[in-house]
Design a protein around this ligand. Structure first.
Ligand code: FES
Ligand code: FES
Length: 163
């Protein structure tokens, strides 16, 4: 099959590459654009390790074809923070031991970031439900939920201080 010219915005930057239309977005990101934060776990839409934000929604990038991503606005974990300036979710995952091997973490945090846009002050139950598509095989979920709740508290405190 012939390659297609794919243009996207990734983490605020315009990028373009050639890819087969049926190539999966996770492969375009990792192998063609060298954006390796999103991970490949199951490649069958179960684990959420490949989660990115696309057009304001969380998507599992192993379920999106390159042709579908053409023209999309995508944010990956690389777009949320960096080692010198961590996102509050990254800080809280670190502080509350929300990761062990870290394999699921980019997907977890990218999903949690979108969840907090969808529900800015979620209950624990809403967090558990909202994160249900992301699996972790080592930490257990308690500290992940704790970390997200701590990020919510931190964001609320910043909002209150600004009022
Ligand atoms: S790699 Fe995409 S959901 Fe597991
Ligand atoms: S921290 Fe290892 S899979 Fe989640």
């Amino acid at each position: 099959m012939g390659k297609m010219h794919i243009k996207m915005k990734v983490n605020g930057e315009d990028v373009e590459t050639l890819a087969e239309p049926r190539e999966l977005l996770i492969h375009v990101l990792r192998e063609r654009l060298n954006i390796t934060g999103p991970h490949i776990g199951c490649e069958t839409s179960h684990c959420g390790a490949c989660t990115v934000d696309m057009g304001g929604k969380s998507v599992k990038s192993c379920t999106v074809f390159a042709a579908q991503a053409n023209g999309a606005d995508i944010t990956t974990i690389e777009g949320l923070g960096n080692p010198d300036s961590l996102h509050v979710l990254q800080e809280m995952f670190k502080e509350h031991h929300g990761l062990q091997c870290g394999f699921c973490t980019p997907g977890m945090i990218t999903r949690a970031h979108r969840l907090l846009q969808e529900i800015p002050d979620p209950t624990e139950e809403e967090i558990r439900f909202g994160m249900a598509g992301n699996l972790c095989r080592c930490t257990g979920y308690q500290n992940i939920i704790k970390a997200i709740l701590a990020a919510v508290a931190e964001l609320n405190a910043v909002k209150e201080a600004a009022q």
